[in-house]
Ligand binder design. Structure first.
Ligand SMILES: [Zn+2]
Length: 75
C-alpha cells in the first residue's frame, strides 16, 4: 500500500491488543458513554482469537507516523 500522505511504500502488518478491552472510535467533541459501551456504538471491529487477542490488519508509514487500518466502526 502507498501512503496517501507522502506517497512512500507503507509496511503492511497487524495491530494486536488485549481482547478484553475493545477499541472504540469517538469523534471529536463527543464522549464515550457507558450506554455506548454496552450497546457497542463506536466499537471498532477486530478479529479475535484466544492466543492473539484482538487484531486488526493495516499498514504503517514510518515517515508520517500514520497507521491505516481495515475495520468498521459500529454506529
Ligand atoms: Zn507517509
Amino acid at each position: 500500500m502507498t501512503c496517501p500522505y507522502c506517497g512512500q511504500a507503507m509496511t503492511p502488518g497487524t495491530l494486536v491488543f488485549d481482547a478484553r478491552c475493545p477499541a472504540f472510535f469517538v469523534a471529536d467533541g463527543e464522549k464515550l458513554s457507558l450506554g455506548d459501551r454496552i450497546s457497542g456504538k463506536g466499537r471498532v471491529d477486530t478479529r479475535t482469537s484466544f492466543w492473539q487477542g484482538a487484531t486488526m490488519s493495516g499498514a504503517y508509514c514510518d515517515a508520517c507516523r500514520k497507521l491505516i487500518l481495515d475495520t468498521q466502526v459500529h454506529t
